[in-house]
Design a protein around this ligand. Structure first.
Ligand code: DSN
Length: 399
């Protein structure tokens, strides 16, 4: 940071402050994580300067002989992690990955069916304010009002009624295992493609602790920075017969030059995800989430769908007399970072919400086990029931 301090002390100071904020707080945002130093070094490398439009061996620029090898390593490792026939490691983020898939397979006005944001899905799965819901005709499914689980019979009924060209499955706030085989049967029976967006659970799948959408899904998209613990970025994997159309949808379809420094960092993260320690880490992520959810239940909280199978869960705060937004602010003021979250069929507005989403990838990366996870639940509960907490209890958990 010496050069940065001399050139731009304002930004250097803000980065230092952010380092301090990270060190002094407990991060329970389900979509955040901390990559290794090795990943960060690759990300900060000289590869940022290289233009390499195209793919390994077929570039529109000279001087790509080294970055070709970098990208090929990332592709090979990505395919190995997810048993994929083809991988494109160039998407700048998850939104770009999903957009490219739609661009590859749909024409404007075609029908896209995905899980609604309010039920736990994602903006890019057909929300009306997003390209996915405005350029395409969007049909949205949710969860069963009683079980709060995906209702595959209802999804099948909707698919048969509307005949979408793509069905997207995947979520940002759904804590249960997804039946990809059933979803693929639903999609393929009506001639639709099944796209699985595994952004949140990619690390759990790579560690083989959650079912792999392949060989059922036609296309799988993901980010690389959540449970997968890589740099900010996206990936698309697909069956071999879709490889060309997907590659063309990234470049020249929706992106220009790939971020070669980020692709190198992805390759490093994929290497790490293929090591045995990664499985140990992901087991702890799940154990921490389950322990926290159970402790909240013991303390009288309602968890959406009654528990969790993955790295996150959503707390319904209606019986605690506090909105999701106020809980988010209260916790932030006390050194705990969470994100407000809609609960299924939420009576509150999306800006306010009735719940908070709690995730364990980041705290687990920082070495916390179930004992600490349960301590955190008690700190959160004390705050919710408006008991003053001893800030030292948070400090001892963060240092
Ligand atoms: N923003 C991410 C999340 O928090 O789940 C999804 O893109």
């Amino acid at each position: 940071m010496n050069n940065l301090r001399l050139t731009d002390p304002a930004i250097a100071h803000l980065i230092k402050q952010e380092e301090g904020r990270i060190a002094a707080t407990i991060n329970l945002i389900a979509s955040e994580n901390y990559p290794s130093q090795a990943v960060s070094e690759a990300q900060a490398s000289c590869l940022t300067s290289k233009y390499a439009e195209g793919y390994p061996g077929k570039r529109y620029y000279a001087g790509c002989q080294i970055v070709d090898q970098v990208e090929q390593l990332a592709i090979d490792r990505c395919k190995k992690m997810f048993d994929a026939q083809h991988a494109n490691v160039q998407p700048h983020a998850g939104c770009q990955a999903n957009l490219a898939v739609y661009y590859a397979l749909l024409k404007p006005g075609d029908i896209l069916m995905g899980m609604s944001l309010s039920a736990g899905g994602h903006l890019t799965h057909g929300h009306h304010v997003n390209v996915s819901g405005s350029y395409y005709t969007s049909i949205q499914y949710g969860v069963d009002p009683h079980t709060e689980l995906l209702d595959y019979d209802a999804i099948e009924h909707m698919a048969h009624e509307h005949k979408p060209k793509i069905i997207v499955v995947g979520a940002s706030a759904y804590s249960r295992i997804i039946d990809y085989e059933r979803m693929a049967t639903i999609a393929h029976t009506i001639g639709a493609y099944l796209v699985a967006d595994i952004a949140h659970i990619a690390g759990l799948i790579a560690a083989k602790l959650h079912p792999n959408p392949f060989p059922h899904a036609d296309i799988v998209t993901s980010t690389t920075h959540k449970t997968l613990r890589g740099p900010r970025g996206g990936i698309i994997m697909c069956k071999a017969e879709l490889a060309d159309v997907i590659d063309r949808a990234i470049i020249p379809g929706t992106q220009g030059g790939p971020f070669m420094h980020t692709i190198a960092a992805k390759a490093v993260a994929f290497h790490e995800a293929l090591q045995p320690e990664f499985i140990t880490y992901q087991k702890q992520v799940i154990a921490n989430a389950k322990a926290m959810a159970q402790e909240f239940i013991n303390l009288g909280y309602r968890i959406v769908s009654g528990g969790t199978d993955n790295h996150l869960f959503v707390l319904d705060l209606r019986n605690k007399g506090i909105s999701g937004r106020d809980a988010e602010l209260l916790l932030q003021e006390n050194g705990i970072t969470v994100s407000r979250s809609c609960i299924p069929f939420d009576p509150a507005k999306p800006w306010i919400t009735s719940g908070i989403r709690i995730g364990t990838p980041a705290m687990t990366t920082r070495g916390m086990t179930t004992e600490k996870a349960i301590e955190i639940v008690h700190i959160i509960n004390d705050l919710m029931v408006k008991q003053p907490i001893d800030k030292a209890s948070i400090k001892h958990l963060t240092i």
